[in-house]
Design a protein around this ligand. Sequence first.
Ligand SMILES: NC(=O)c1ccc[n+]([C@@H]2O[C@H](COP(=O)([O-])OP(=O)(O)OC[C@H]3O[C@@H](n4cnc5c(N)ncnc54)[C@H](OP(=O)(O)O)[C@@H]3O)[C@@H](O)[C@H]2O)c1
Length: 245
Amino acid sequence: MDFGLKGRRALVMGASAGLGYAIAEALVKEGATVAICSRGGEKLERAAKALGAALAVPCDLTQPQAAKALVETVTAKLGGVDVLVVNTGGPPSGGFESLTAEQWQLGFQSLWMAAVDGIQAVLPGMKERQWGRIVLVTSLAAREAMNNLTISNGLRAGLLGLVKTVSNEVAQHGVTLNAVLPGYHATERMQQLGLTDEKVAPQIPARRLGRPEELAALTAFLASEQASYITGQSIAVDGGAQRGF
Ligand SMILES: NC(=O)c1ccc[n+]([C@@H]2O[C@H](COP(=O)([O-])OP(=O)(O)OC[C@H]3O[C@@H](n4cnc5c(N)ncnc54)[C@H](OP(=O)(O)O)[C@@H]3O)[C@@H](O)[C@H]2O)c1
C-alpha cells in the first residue's frame, strides 16, 4: 500500500536509536522527507546518514523550549512540518519515595512540555495547509502502571487526555492526533532497564519482545493519507501484554 507520504515533511524526535529510529526509517521508506533529532554528536550523525534523513538537528528535549526551537529550525530548512512524531528518551525510573523534585521536573519537561511545545509549534502550519499528522509515542504504562516507572506511569496517562483534547480541537482542519503505546520492544532503553527477553517474554502472550519496526509500521500508517479519519486514538502495540480491555 502506498501511504501517500511522498513529498511530505516529517519530523521524528528522539530518532538516533530505538523506536524513533525505526519510525524515521519507515517514513523514509514511504518517501517522506525526514528530519530527526536527538541530543546530538556522532550517534545522531551516524543515524542520519544510515537513514538517509534530510536533516539531523541536535536538541536536548529535557531543556525548556527545546521542542519549539527544533520545529522552528526544521521549518526554516524544509519549509514546514506535515508529520510530527513526538518521542524522547524515557524519564528517570524509581519508586515514588525515591524520586527527587529534579527528576520529576526532568520527566515533566521531556515527556510533557516537549509534546506541548512541539504540537503548539507545528499546528499553525498544519491548519493553514489543512493537513497534518501528529503521533505521540507514549507507553503501555499510560494504561497499566509498570513497576518502578512512577514518572512514566503518572505523566503518560495524562498525555492520553491531551491527545483526546487537542485532536477534538483540530480535526476540522484536517489534522489528526493519535498516540501509540509500545509494550515491550527490544531497544537500548529496555536493556538499560534490565528488561531482557528472558525476563519479560513469559509475561507477554506473544512470548517475545516487540521489534521496533512493528511499532513503526503503525506509526507510519497513522501518518498516512489513508488514516485521515482516525484521530484521538491511543493504540497499543504490545503482543497482547495489556491485560485490561
Ligand atoms: N522500548 C520499549 O519497549 C518502550 C516501551 C514503552 C515506552 N517506551 C518509551 O518510548 C520512548 C523511546 O524508547 P526507546 O526504547 O526507543 O528508547 P532508546 O532506545 O533509549 O532511544 C531513545 C532515543 O531518544 C533520544 N533521546 C534520549 N534523550 C533525549 C533527549 N533528552 N533529547 C532528545 N533526544 C533524546 C536518544 O538519542 P540520543 O541518545 O542520541 O540523545 C534515542 O534516539 C521512551 O520514552 C521510552 O520510555 C519504550
